[in-house]
Ligand binder design. Structure first.
Ligand code: SAH
Ligand code: SF4
Ligand code: F3S
Length: 463
């Protein structure tokens, strides 16, 4: 299916609104504060919203108390997210009392659930703007309405349009994200994302390459992560392995990563593209969710434990040194001790270098929420603790093979606890600590691993 793009006129009108607000501010530099919850999708949306705010004339602040515009970009993947958001928005009331001109906004996945958004609007009348995940391109128009005394409540049904041509204010650092697609079609039975992010739609390869070039050449980033809920089903006229090869050619780019990969769509072509592209890092995030075939089926994941293990073999055979990270859910409806054992044994068998573990959280409107055999909270907690112990053992055991190995790290910062040490990641995502000083930040160094630390490595610089 051809993707639809946000109408050019809408984007032009947004830029016009930005110009009008800029004039309205008359050179004033109000401050904005954005708090983002959830995944990189939301992070990236926040970067786009920040880009528009900065064009209007706003400058960023990290202190919400001195802000003139406060935005919460929300997530609803698990239920405690909702409670936390309501708490944090409630806190703004005091700040608003001190600064009546303050504009407050709440957006993101949680607002895409209309009932929750209505509840939030009713409970917090001081919130000026509420909008969903599909209103990024019209944000300037909405903000202008608020500046002119209005209140905004805009949550479109997701129509699957792609916004191109909006400004982006990237978070600082050396590594950045580029969206290659939006939405998700997989409807894993536990997951809310397809309902709040809509159907899968892929950006054009040329738009993606342009954005990567700009991030590298104009903004100085050397590491790019291509982003989508399931990058393996990218279809922008070309498939994901071809896209990877295309982006790999961008001059000045040093490292290329991607996430998330769905095991059901991970092809041998992609494994080969990873193997052959020099900039693609030896790491893959491949969420397994469960080691039990019965649970995988109920989750609607559409692969088996055996298939997953085959993929791991293929990856390890062709991409030497590849590190595998994953996501795992325990306490899915009807999960038995035996199912859990299957998950724990899979963790041992694969030897993940990191695994994000979650207790199943009931999401209204999803298939799993209506399943019989919901697991009591205490049991979920206890299973999560057991899983975490196994993950820890498996991750620490996997460090020994690095002893004496050589590789390149990108220095990210200084750890000032104890003796100050610089730290940076190998392409595999393993963190290495080395001696040095802050002038090294953002640069690449070749290192040799001399020891293992808790969950990371120690090394010395070779060149
Ligand atoms: N698109 C990605 C990840 C999306 S959400 C993928 O398919 O892998 C990130 C992780 O949150 C998921 O991998 C899953 O492990 C977890 N998750 C999603 N819904 C959940 C729920 N209802 N309860 C607990 N964990 C959940
Ligand atoms: Fe959710 Fe599954 Fe889509 Fe990932 S692939 S976002 S877990 S529905
Ligand atoms: Fe949360 Fe939305 Fe991401 S629900 S995990 S922010 S896509």
């Amino acid at each position: 299916m051809e993707p639809k793009f946000v109408d050019k006129n809408v984007i032009e009108e947004s830029y016009a609104a930005i110009g009008r607000m800029r004039e309205m501010l008359g050179g004033a530099r109000p401050r904005y504060f954005i708090e983002t919850y959830g995944c990189q999708m939301n992070e990236h949306d926040s970067e786009t919203l920040a880009g528009m705010l900065e064009l209007i004339g706003y400058v960023r602040t990290d202190d919400r108390r001195e802000a003139d515009f406060i935005l919460f970009n929300t997530c609803c993947i698990r239920d405690h997210a909702e409670k936390r958001t309501f708490g944090n928005v409630g806190f703004i009331k005091e700040i608003k009392a001190e600064n009546p001109a303050l504009i407050t906004a709440v957006c993101g996945c949680m607002m895409q659930q209309r009932e929750v958004a209505k509840r939030l609007a009713a409970r917090f009348p001081f919130v000026d703007m509420i909008f969903g995940t599909n209103e990024l391109a019209v944000f300037p128009q909405m903000l202008e309405r608020v500046m002119n005394g209005g209140r905004v409540f805009e949550i479109k049904e997701i129509d699957g349009e792609i916004p191109e041509g909006l400004p982006i204010k990237r978070n600082e650092g050396f590594s950045t994200f580029v969206n290659i697609m939006y939405g998700c079609n997989n409807f894993c039975s536990y997951c809310i994302v397809p309902y709040v992010r809509g159907r899968e739609r892929s950006r054009r390869p040329e738009d993606i390459v342009e954005e990567v070039k700009k991030a590298v050449n104009e903004e100085g980033f050397t590491e790019v992560t291509l982003l989508g809920q399931n990058v393996n089903s990218y279809d922008g006229g070309i498939k994901f392995p071809e896209l990877l090869r295309l982006v790999n050619e961008v001059e000045g780019l040093k490292r290329l990563r991607f996430m998330t990969s769905h095991p059901k769509d991970l092809s041998h072509e992609l494994v080969m593209a990873m193997a052959e592209c020099d900039k693609v890092c030896e790491h893959i995030h491949l969420p397994v969710q469960s080691g039990s075939n019965r649970i995988l089926k109920l989750m609607n994941r559409r692969y088996t434990r055996e298939h997953y293990l085959d993929l791991i073999r293929d990856l390890r055979e062709h991409v030497p040194g590849v590190e595998i990270t994953t996501d795992i859910i325990v306490g899915f409806p009807t999960e038995t001790e035996e199912d859990l054992e299957d998950t724990l044994s899979l963790v041992h068998e694969v030897g993940f270098s990191a695994a994000y573990s979650f207790a199943y959280s009931v999401r209204e409107g999803t298939v799993a929420a209506r399943m019989e055999g919901q697991i009591p909270e205490e049991v979920k907690k206890e299973r999560l603790a057991r899983l975490n112990r196994v993950i820890m053992e498996s991750a620490n055991g996997a460090n020994d093979k690095y002893m004496g190995a050589e590789g390149e790290i990108l220095i990210e910062g200084m750890d000032k606890r104890g003796e100050p040490m610089m730290f940076g990641k190998l392409p595999s995502l393993k963190m290495v600590y080395v001696k040095g000083d802050e002038s090294m930040i953002g640069k690449y160094y070749k290192v040799r691993v001399t020891g293992t630390r808790f969950n990371s490595l120690a090394g010395e610089i070779i060149s």
